[in-house]
Every structure is written in structure tokens, then in C-alpha cells.
Design a protein around this ligand. Structure first.
Ligand code: NI
Length: 381
């Protein structure tokens, strides 16, 4: 990619970074994408599944079709980077690099529009609401595949800690399935000095917290990957009161449906059992989350070969991650591949979802090239 194009993508990326929008609220981001597509003369449809934008590049001579996808939303995290292009919106930040993903897909659009060598149809899918907002489900329900048919789909996530611009392609599992849950223990409030009159939900919560750690250790096969994490405990009003309720909120991850169901069942069994042993009740809620993101082998090989042929550095050796990604919803419908592209060092807190994170503009050419090359290779086959 020439320097001028790279600089243009960088400027777009920093504009998006300075103006982040939360899941399902990507109005200005979608308008920005639409304006760039208009400048490039690429037709698009906006408002697909919320603020989704789907653009189409088509050249006669082939019936083949492929989709490239980028996510557009930001996170409710107060930015602490002090960068010149830092978020102008208090409490909202592009802490996962979706600003970079969006700029990269616009870059791929530029590359594909300039390149007369390919034939067929490329769908550019700018997806809203990746961070738990159900973006793909909304786009699929809005007829994404019926209205904008494609045979295969490719996408990527920037990966802090992986060498800048290096493409990592997994042959199968990439990112885990996840489910959020909460357990509320309903006890009985009393004065802190009169514990015999209470049913202390905090003490039960402490036991539950420990017991939940036995699920992965003693229920899941050691040969299966799984994690159960409690990320929030909510209880108490005053140091001298035993409260009425205590709520634990967490998430669990695994790669197989059977393991997912096993963990779901174990959380319910342990929560109800512990609550009963303390003479109280447990109210349990499970929120269906992402499916596991599992690349199809043929498309993984195709993407890796296309990236290498385009001069990018390619790795095949990293283990999958237990983090989640809603690209999985597309892979339920169509074959495809989700790659990682190195964001460079993660020192100084440049990790995903960190207030110190920033997408590395230096990888925009590699990311745009990866997407464009994957699309071309898919159309050639
Ligand atoms: Ni992300």
C-alpha cells in the first residue's frame, strides 16, 4: 500500500477513535463509513440490523461472492491514553480496536476498487454491536444473507502482543463460546451485631465463590478448555448491617456445546445447593452469549496462503483464545475464517479492553491487504 493511502487510513482511524459510540448507537460511525463509501463511489445499504452498513463491489465475469466484515462499536471504558486523538466522549472508548477494524475494511474497499484484476462480488459488512449487543443476529435477522448473498466470509481482530502486522490463522477453533450468568442469594437482613436473626447472603456468597472454582477443576475434562470467572460481587449497604441479598455476576467460556451445558448445569446445582445449605434461595440467570468461533479448514488455508502471497508475515502456531467474538454467528451460516493481526507490543497496558489501549495505525496496510487478498483468493477459486 502506498504511503498516501496508509496516511489516509490512519487519519480515518484516529477520527473514529476520537468519536467512539457504544453498541447499537453507532449512528455517526455508520454515517462516516457511508460518506467514505460515497467518496469511493461504492454503492451501499445502510440501516441493516440497526446501524449496519453493507457495501457491494461487483465485477461481471464470475458468479463467486465473498464477504468481508468489520465491527464498529466502542466500549463503556474511560480512556486514559492522553493521546491527541483520544476519545472526546467521556466514559466511551475504542478500547478493542474496532476503529482500526472499520478503517481497515475501508482500506480493503480502496484496494479492491483500484484493482481491476478480480471478478465476482465482494460484500463489505460494517457490523454494529459486537460488544454484547447482538450485531450479527440483528443483521442476519434483517436478511443479510438473503439480501446480500455471499459464499464465504473473512474478518480479523487486532492482537496485542503479536508482532505488528503479522497474520495468525488458526486451522479450526479461534475464540471461545461464552455465557454470562448471575446468582442472587436471597437471605434475611439484620443488625450486624445480631447475626442469629439474619440469614447472611454474604457468607453464602463467599462459599459459593469458592465452590464455583470446583467446576472446571472437578467437572470439566482436563483435556477440554474452560474457564469460570466471577467478575462482580454486589452486596451490602452498611458496615454494621447484614444485607438481604448478595449477587455474583460472572462469565464462563468453553469450546464445545457439551462443556457449555455441563458448566451451566453445575453453576445451577452448586448455587442452589449452597443456598439451601444456608437456608436461603438462589435466583439464577443465564444470558446466551457468543458461540465458539471456529474457522473452516479450507478457508483458513486459503486466507493464510493469500496473506503470504500478498507479502504479509503469517504465523500458524498460536493457541486459540478463551475470549469471545460474535463473528461466530456468521460461521454458523457460511464457511470462513477469522484471523488475528498483530497490534505490536502490549506493554504499557496496550491490551484489549484496557484504558491504555490504542489500535496501531502502522498495521492498517497489513490489515487492509489481508482482507483484500482473502477476498480475491476466495473469488479466484
Ligand atoms: Ni473486539
Amino acid at each position: 500500500m502506498d504511503e498516501e493511502t496508509a496516511a489516509r487510513l490512519g487519519a480515518w482511524r484516529r477520527h473514529l477513535h476520537a468519536h467512539p459510540e457504544l453498541s447499537t448507537e453507532e449512528r455517526e460511525t455508520a454515517a462516516f463509513v457511508a460518506a467514505r463509501l460515497d467518496e469511493m463511489g461504492i454503492p451501499f445499504v445502510a440501516g441493516v440490523g440497526g446501524h449496519g452498513v453493507v457495501a457491494t463491489l461487483s465485477r461481471p465475469g464470475s458468479e463467486r461472492s465473498v464477504a468481508l466484515r468489520a465491527d464498529m462499536d466502542a466500549l463503556p471504558i474511560p480512556e486514559e491514553t492522553n493521546l491527541a486523538h483520544a476519545s472526546t466522549r467521556p466514559g466511551v472508548m475504542h478500547a478493542c480496536g474496532h476503529d482500526g477494524h472499520t478503517a481497515s475494511l475501508l482500506g480493503a474497499a480502496l484496494l479492491l476498487a483500484r484493482d481491476a484484476s478480480w471478478r465476482g462480488t465482494v460484500r463489505l459488512v460494517f457490523q454494529p454491536a459486537e460488544e454484547g449487543g447482538g450485531g450479527p443476529r440483528a443483521m442476519l435477522a434483517d436478511g443479510l444473507i438473503e439480501r446480500f448473498p455471499f459464499e464465504r466470509i473473512f474478518g480479523f481482530h487486532n492482537w496485542p502482543g503479536l508482532e505488528a502486522g503479522t497474520v495468525m490463522v488458526h486451522p479450526g477453533p479461534v475464540m471461545a463460546a461464552g455465557r454470562r450468568f448471575s446468582v442472587t442469594l436471597h437471605g434475611k437482613a439484620a443488625h450486624a451485631a445480631l447475626p442469629h436473626l439474619a440469614k447472611d447472603p454474604m457468607l453464602a456468597a463467599a462459599h459459593l465463590m469458592l465452590a464455583l472454582q470446583s467446576i472446571v477443576a472437578r467437572n470439566v475434562s482436563p483435556l477440554d478448555a474452560a474457564v469460570v470467572t466471577i467478575g462482580m460481587i454486589e452486596a451490602g449497604n452498611a458496615p454494621n448491617q447484614i444485607p438481604e441479598t448478595a449477587t455474583l455476576r460472572g462469565t464462563f467460556r468453553s469450546y464445545r456445546e457439551e462443556v457449555h451445558e455441563l458448566i451451566d448445569g453445575a453453576i445451577r446445582r452448586i448455587a442452589e445447593g449452597i443456598a439451601a445449605s444456608f437456608g436461603m434461595t438462589a435466583e439464577i440467570a443465564m444470558l446466551r452469549g457468543n458461540l465458539a468461533t471456529i474457522n473452516t479448514r479450507e478457508e483458513a488455508e486459503l486466507a493464510a496462503a493469500a496473506a503470504a502471497a500478498a507479502g504479509l508475515s503469517v504465523r500458524r502456531d498460536l493457541a486459540p483464545s478463551m475470549t469471545g467474538e460474535d463473528f461466530s454467528w456468521y460461521l454458523q451460516k457460511k464457511p470462513g475464517t477469522f484471523a488475528w493481526i498483530g497490534n505490536g507490543t502490549n506493554e504499557g497496558g496496550r491490551d484489549l479492553h484496557s484504558p491504555h489501549y490504542d489500535f496501531n495505525d502502522a498495521i492498517l496496510p497489513a490489515a487492509a491487504t489481508f482482507l483484500a487478498a482473502s477476498a480475491r483468493a476466495a473469488l479466484e477459486e
